[in-house]
Design a protein around this ligand. Structure first.
Ligand code: AMP
Length: 426
């Protein structure tokens, strides 16, 4: 009887081999850059009560209305795999009363789940890295998070990035704009694409996102959001722009940028690249001064962003980024009597903090050395019967082919000697 082989679910992806090294590199990079700015990592559960996302993200959004992985557990609770990170972070900070303790800066990373049509750069399980700052409506906190996002990307060596910026105003500003937009679009309703027709009553601002050429043509003459900003939103927006300019950060104003989630207020931004084809957004975010209150906390202003890690890995791969080799030494053996000596050398080198793999395949010596090469090791330690007899161990430097004899144990006990001979660790 044969059974059908199992495959990863549609829209999911196994990460391993050279790709996982890029992920680890990205994670280290994030820890360093965000740690420098004193952002604290937070890990929240992968599933939460469905209500959290319904209330936090908004019922009219694509995410809540058609993309959530929602299920009922054995205790009849409705749970949802998190489609984004912010709602869970807010829930956690309210629950643990951290918002009463002054400004909180945090970051997270992890898997998110959306039932979308999979395509290059768009998956059903994907990973985001995000930052949030709670407790300040100072425009400098908007500038800080945007600058941090750009710094994170630029320190990775990614260029061709564009920062698109808009202000979606306060809820009252948006209400006035929504009314004006609906007034303008209603006479054209039958010419809009079907999605936009539905949005005209459900969530008119999302029409601004439409890629449909006919809809875009109609939008060309539509009223623009920034014209509807009240004085406070206007002043906030100007100060954000002035802060970005003071830091030498270029931006493009995009009055149609509204983002997919309902909770944004005032600043909205997206970081895009031309290198990713159709899925050009690397990340995005903005200010969300209403969300904490909507989720049951006391009114707390907040600002943050999220980036898609698959897209960043894709950019690094495209650039031909090859992670540094993982290993310093490979321990090859030949002959039964070499077993204990190879164990001892392996342990000694690892205790010096070096990265060592011991061959346990029992294959021919030539094959073992080939594997050492393939793994990108710097040197292969060859332990044969004659080495056991004399105590002089052959070390072969793989880049040059040069071999030397090193006495065991004295020659292996001084880690400084090895560090000098090895290329530095990445
Ligand atoms: P959002 O939470 O929709 O603002 O998304 C923030 C970032 O996450 C986007 O700019 C993308 O880089 C990434 N992203 C969002 N959805 C997906 C997805 N389905 N697959 C891969 N990356 C995604």
């Amino acid at each position: 009887m044969t059974s059908e082989s199992l495959q990863a679910s549609r829209g999911t992806h196994d990460i391993w081999g050279t790709e996982i090294r890029l992920w680890q590199f990205l994670e280290q990079h994030a820890r360093r850059i965000l740690g420098q700015a004193n952002y604290q990592e937070i890990r929240t559960p992968i599933f939460e009560a469905t209500e959290l996302f319904n209330r936090g993200i908004g019922e009219g959004t694509d995410i809540v209305s058609k993309e959530m992985y929602t299920f009922t557990d054995r205790g009849e609770r409705s749970l949802t795999l998190r489609p984004e990170g912010t709602a869970g972070v807010v829930r956690s900070l309210i629950e643990h009363k951290r918002l009463q303790q002054g400004v909180q800066r945090c970051w997270y990373q992890g898997a998110m789940f959306r039932y979308e049509r999979p395509q290059a750069g768009r998956q059903r399980q994907f990973h985001q890295l995000g930052v949030e700052v709670f407790g300040s409506d100072d425009p400098r906190s908007d500038v800080e998070v945007i600058a941090l996002g750009l710094e994170f990307l630029e320190a990775l060596g990614l260029s061709h990035l564009t920062l698109e910026l808009n202000s979606v105003g306060d809820p009252e500003d948006r209400q006035r704009y929504k009314a004006a937009l609906v007034d303008y679009l209603t006479p054209y309703a039958s010419d809009l694409d079907p999605d936009s027709q539905v949005r005209l009553t459900k969530n008119p601002l999302r029409i601004l996102d439409s890629k449909n050429p006919a809809t875009q043509k109609i939008l060309a003459e539509a009223p623009q959001l920034p014209e509807y900003l009240g004085q406070d939103s206007q002043r906030h927006f100007e100060r954000v722009q002035s802060g970005l300019t003071a830091l030498g950060l270029a931006y493009e104003l995009n009055p149609r940028l509204v983002r997919g989630l309902d909770y944004y207020t005032r600043t909205a931004f997206e970081i895009t690249t031309r290198e990713l084809g159709a899925q050009s957004a690397v990340g995005g975010g903005g200010r969300y001064d209403q969300l904490v209150q909507e989720l049951g906390g006391s009114a707390t202003p907040a600002v943050g962003w999220a980036m898609g890690l698959e897209r960043l890995v894709g950019l690094l791969q495209k650039r031909g980024e090859t992670p540094a080799p993982d290993l310093d030494f490979y321990i090859a053996t030949q002959g039964e009597g070499t077993a204990n000596l190879s164990l001892q050398i392996t342990q000694m080198l690892r205790r010096h903090g070096l990265r060592v793999e011991m061959d346990v395949s029992q294959s021919a010596l030539g094959k073992q050395i080939k594997r050492a090469d393939k793994l990108g090791c710097q040197a292969c330690v060859i332990v044969g019967e004659s080495e056991v007899a004399t105590g002089d161990i052959t070390v072969k430097w793989l880049a040059t082919g040069v071999q030397e004899l090193v006495a065991f144990p004295s020659g292996f006990s001084d880690s400084a000697v090895w560090r000098q001979k090895l290329r530095p660790n990445p």
